[in-house]
Design a protein around this ligand. Structure first.
Ligand code: TTP
Ligand code: MG
Length: 405
């Protein structure tokens, strides 16, 4: 059996727990500018139709008395770590997949802790006692069904799909609920008259293959109740990124570079925390008309300093036609290696490489200061006058944290 745990309205619930005046109120965790995006909404706010990723102005239209609370990334990470520690009391096979959700393989744990339902109840009890928060849990023989189950009875719910009712559940499961089936795939599904996951079994393998490629094979397996992905099998991170929706559209090169630098710093800090070096840097730019581009490049050497990441991001920026105003800027890194692994240095001393190494030392020292005294106590002078980025760029919070996990 696999359990999937997901916290209920996580950021909002943390804020309500920590401030009794917010309890029972329709609130969102979000930046405060008109262009901010909702990170999450309390259940009271959801009654008005407000949800994650909704622009704040729209949320305010739906609920004019909405309370807006700034996010506190460090606090959520602290709570997330405690939650994951509670899960690990029941099984060593815990796979966190985002800041507030995790899979657990509980095979063989039943003799110690009871049935899946009893284990779920114990987890909910300990999370409530120790953190003052609620979570919802799904149990199923395969992981994708456990995830779907955890969402079926929120908040503070438990749903179990067992071997006996699994086939019927799959046959009637709307295809849009299957993790990985996005808007584009839905269009193709509708054209083929596929409404439920069970309908996939009707399609000849060639059709699945030509229409959906790899995803077709996966859906075919899922429709037969097979999900071979083991818990713990997806822990290797492939990329770390950070992006910021700007408080106003910008076009001045100096402004763009300032935001790029702030993103590079956040990404660099996460990268160094993992004690990794990266070999690819990417940027993402969303324009005011919502069109979007990404650019990626290999770096000359393995890097982890924020400066080096920023330099690469700037090179990528030069490859972008910046005629339109910009709404969102992001920086990402990928292709990782542990920093303790030996690296082939160039035989002829390369000034850029030497400077990188020196900046890495500076960055490690700055990271340590931030960890001890908070992230706002020290920053680059260039960013000190920066008013372009929200202190808590909401669209970015969960993503950044997911990346760290
Ligand atoms: P979710 O688990 O998707 O949402 P939730 O916990 O707020 O609500 P639910 O009860 O439906 O599970 O995401 C976890 C947290 O991640 C959420 O509290 C805020 C953050 N987040 C964002 O910052 N942006 C987003 O677009 C989403 C979906 C979540
Ligand atoms: Mg959640």
């Amino acid at each position: 059996m696999i359990l999937h745990m997901d916290m209920d309205a996580f950021f909002a619930s943390v804020e309500q727990r920590d401030n009794p005046r917010l309890r029972g109120k329709a609130l969102v965790v979000s930046g405060h500018s008109k262009r901010s995006v909702v990170s999450t909404a309390s259940y009271e706010a959801r009654k008005f139709g407000i949800h994650s990723a909704m622009p704040l102005f729209q949320a305010l239209r739906l609920c004019p008395h909405l309370t807006i609370v700034s996010g506190n990334r460090e606090k959520y990470i602290r709570d997330s770590k405690k939650i994951m520690e509670i899960l690990s009391r029941f099984t060593p096979l815990v796979e966190p997949v985002s800041i507030d959700e995790a899979y657990m393989d509980i095979q063989g744990c039943e003799t110690l802790f009871g049935s899946p339902k009893q284990i779920a109840m114990k987890i909910q009890h300990q999370v409530a006692q120790e953190l003052g928060l609620t979570c919802s849990i799904g149990a199923a023989p395969v992981r994708f069904l456990a995830k779907i189950a955890s969402d079926m009875n929120k908040p503070n719910g438990f749903t179990m799909i067992d071997k006996d009712n699994m086939a019927e559940f799959i046959n009637t499961l709307p295809i849009g609920k299957v993790p990985g089936v996005g808007k584009q795939a839905m269009v193709a599904m509708t054209a083929l008259n596929i409404q439920c996951l069970g309908d996939i079994q009707r399609l000849p393998p060639q059709v699945l293959d030509t229409k959906f490629g790899k995803m077709g094979q996966r859906l075919s397996a899922l429709s037969r109740g097979i999900d071979p992905t083991p818990v713990g099998g997806r822990t290797v991170r492939k990329s770390i990124s950070s992006e910021t929706t700007l408080s106003q559209d910008i076009s001045a090169p100096a402004d763009i570079k300032q935001v790029l630098l702030a993103c590079a710093q956040r990404v660099g800090k996460d990268l160094r925390k993992k004690r990794w070096l990266c070999h690819h840097v990417s940027i993402k730019i969303k324009f005011s008309d919502f069109t979007q581009i990404t650019r990626v490049k290999k770096t000359r050497s393995w890097i982890s300093s924020s400066n080096a990441i920023y330099d690469e991001a700037r090179i990528l920026l030069h490859r972008v036609n910046l005629k339109k105003r910009i709404r969102l800027i992001g920086v990402g890194v990928s292709h990782f290696m542990d920093e303790s692994r030996p690296v082939q240095m160039s035989l002829i001393p390369d000034p850029a490489e030497i400077a990188n190494k020196q900046w890495e030392s500076v960055d490690h020292a700055v990271d340590a200061v931030m960890d001890k005294f908070g992230s706002n106590v020290i920053q680059k002078a260039t960013l000190a006058q920066g008013k372009l980025c929200d202190k808590n760029p909401t669209g970015d919070i969960s993503r950044g944290i997911k990346d760290m996990i």
